[in-house]
Ligand binder design. Structure first.
Ligand code: FE2
Length: 365
């Protein structure tokens, strides 16, 4: 583990049931706010309670899908038209990433693609950005990047930099109570993957390892019960997700996330679903680096094999298949190889050659 590191905890994160009610007090100094949310939240009683009689918000309803550059441009037009000086996003990872992109780009000149393809630096400060997650998965409420897809050529990657940060995260687990079951299952597998990849990343340090391990414990021990509707378990999964993300902001992730982006964008598969399929396969490759996780979680009675088998059982219970049969095609291997060498892939404890990745993809056919 790295014994030299720097931690940057710039986000003001508030966690707890009912904490959504602090939103208006926390944003009182902003006169023109824009709320980004999905249609499902817009119709909810929580929306009516929080925003029903507010005149200081322009509401932008977005599609419930991972954001494309076109969706960001639409939301940017709304933000510029209403001259928003604070952006609030309430939703899953996709909605929060959309909001984060708008907050980062609204004050910049030039085309969105200039920033997406790193042809231009962010020159202006972001607009104040506040995120409230309604699912427990990506941890986007505390991460300084937004995953976007260029729909013209299926390139999915992160918009990054200090402009893409979050000023205020209000993680109120009660907002996750209405989350549909398949989203709890899939985003829970994303959260679990993030905790594990963060724990064994080659950029992990003692602080991030402690956070990643506690995140792993909270999600691994509670995800099944959360799927049965247990509110206390949902609270723990929401907390574990936030904690795991705070860790991976510093530690980075691994090969699952490196591969999940090109695979997800090619076949239009949900991120958590792809992570859940890939996780056991990648853990087998990383087996030699699981000792600290195993000792920490199981004590003396554990082994890498037991951990991998337990994760396979959980993935099965979450209705995640064992491979990508029916989706993955051999003719797409070159595209996946060309687009998987992200920062996440560089953090995988085992350096994977193109041949290693092809072997892994063959297992997934
Ligand atoms: Fe993820």
């Amino acid at each position: 583990m790295k014994n030299e590191y720097e931690l940057n905890l710039s986000v003001n994160a508030i966690f707890g049931c009912g904490k959504r009610n602090l939103l208006h007090e926390k944003l009182a100094q902003f006169e023109r706010k824009m709320l980004i949310c999905g249609n499902h939240f817009h119709k909810s009683t929580v929306f009516a309670e929080l925003f029903g009689n507010r005149q200081d918000y322009t509401v932008h309803i977005c599609q419930s899908q991972e954001p494309t550059l076109g969706m960001v441009q639409n939301a940017l037009d709304t933000a510029r038209n209403c001259k928003a000086n604070a952006i609030v996003a309430i939703g899953g990872g996709s909605v929060m990433d959309l909001g984060k992109s708008v907050a980062a780009l609204v004050n910049q000149d030039g085309d969105i693609r200039d920033y997406f393809y790193c042809r231009r630096e962010f020159e202006q400060e972001r607009t104040f950005f506040c995120a409230l997650p309604t699912s427990a998965g990506t941890g986007a409420e505390v991460t300084p990047n937004a995953v976007l897809t260029d729909e013209q050529n299926n390139i999915k990657q992160s918009l990054r930099g200090s402009a893409c940060g979050v000023d205020l995260a209000i993680v109120d687990p009660e907002l996750t109570y209405d989350c549909p079951l398949h989203i709890i299952q899939q985003s829970g597998m994303d959260s679990l993957t993030q905790a594990l990849e963060g724990a064994i990343s080659n950029k992990a340090n003692s602080v991030t390892f402690a956070w990643s391990m506690q995140a792993f414990r909270l999600v691994f021990d509670n995800l099944k019960t959360a799927c049965l509707g247990d509110k206390a378990a949902k609270n723990y999964v929401a907390e574990g997700t936030m904690l795991g993300a705070m860790a991976f902001v510093h530690s980075g992730l691994g090969a699952v996330h490196g591969l999940a982006h090109p695979i997800g964008s090619l076949y239009h598969l949900p991120h958590g679903f792809v992570c859940g399929v890939l996780l056991p396969h990648v853990l087998k490759i990383n087996r030699a680096f699981l000792n600290d996780v195993v000792c920490n979680y199981y004590g003396n009675s554990g082994s890498a094999e037991r951990l991998i088998a337990d994760i396979e059982k959980l993935a099965e219970a979450m209705h995640i298949p064992k491979n990508l049969n029916g989706y993955l095609k051999r003719e797409d291997f070159d595209f996946i190889l060309a687009n998987c060498r992200s920062g996440s892939m560089k953090c995988n404890p085992v350096a994977l050659s193109d041949d290693d990745i092809v072997k892994l993809l063959e297992e997934l056919l």
